[in-house]
Design a protein around this ligand. Sequence first.
Ligand code: NDP
Ligand code: GUE
Ligand code: MG
Length: 295
Amino acid sequence: MAGLLGRRKCTVTATLMDGKALRDIIFSDLRIRVARLTAAGHTPGIATVIVGDDPGSAAYVRGKHADSASIGMHSIRHDLPADLSQEGLLDVIAELNADPRCDGYIVQLPLPRHLHTGAVLEAMDPEKDADGLHPISLGRLVLGEAGPLPCTPAGIVALLRHYEVPIAGAHAVIIGRGVTVGRPLGLLLTRRSENATVTLCHTGTKDVAAEIARADIVIAAAGVPGLVRAEMVKPGAAVLDVGITRTATGLVGDVDPAVAEVAGFLAPMPGGVGPMTRAMLQTNVVIAAEKRYLP
Ligand SMILES: NC(=O)C1=CN([C@@H]2O[C@H](COP(=O)(O)OP(=O)(O)OC[C@H]3O[C@@H](n4cnc5c(N)ncnc54)[C@H](OP(=O)(O)O)[C@@H]3O)[C@@H](O)[C@H]2O)C=CC1
Ligand SMILES: Nc1nc(=O)c2c([nH]1)NC[C@@H]1CN(c3ccc(C(=O)N[C@@H](CCC(=O)O)C(=O)O)cc3)C=[N+]21
Ligand SMILES: [Mg+2]
């Protein structure tokens, strides 16, 4: 490439979508709401359940507790051994369902293979579903009824709205149909309140590059480094990098950095969608506590 094009300067033209800045705005609002609940007699509480000692998962969970502390929320942490039985995990779930200090919680995914993720999610009290991944929450999303929204998709929509990226009528191409990101994001973006037209890509998609080329909004949530490259992106499109791959040199996203020279908006990894995911998690717990303790 460099031989054909000669020396070329990298020029960022995209507006960077700053997930940390928006997270800070959201946390300022949550601090006020947590203080109001505390004054009403109940400090909201979040709990995390993590099974095994995957270093990546441990880091995410640490971040969640730091976030809840920073907004004045109480937090409970269950760090469980990798060989925990299904029954042992269900006991912890039952304890959190019954604990009035816990308004919402998450079970960090993925779980070790011997555990049945679907059965664990289903055992949670849907009123305490901080992730929006309980089958009842996902069903409500499909039906268009109110309920906790999946954190990463909700964070993506909040970021698009904050930066005034037109969503209604836009063609959004989502790469990945995973349950935490791609699949529920398709549901969110096609609600009447968003009105995007969505293409959901996966490993069975014939020509992902051709789909990306038509997109006004590209959301890369596959976990494949370098999946979205500059030559694929329509000039001016909004590109959000959600994928995370752990390499020897650190974390990398799905979007090649040169995309910043073509896109109109870019949510980078790190600093884009990740902090928004965390902000939406705390938001879901504060909403659950408000439903329970405020008139
Ligand atoms: N920034 C954040 O806040 C968060 C980031 N993540 C990251 O987002 C990514 C997705 O997460 P999750 O949905 O849980 O992951 P999954 O593994 O469940 O889903 C990945 C999806 O990507 C698709 N895919 C993989 N390779 C390709 C390819 N070459 N072309 C097209 N599609 C492809 C898969 O297709 P198929 O179904 O055919 O296998 C699958 O649907 C991960 O990297 C994860 O670490 C996740 C949560 C939060
Ligand atoms: N039940 C469950 N709910 C989840 O929401 C969930 C999960 N399981 N399992 C794993 C994925 C992953 N995930 C991330 C959250 C924040 C960042 C994040 O804050 N990222 C920073 C960088 C992080 C760093 O530098 O270490 C950023 O993008 O700026 C990333 C990834 C939530 N997940
Ligand atoms: Mg399993």
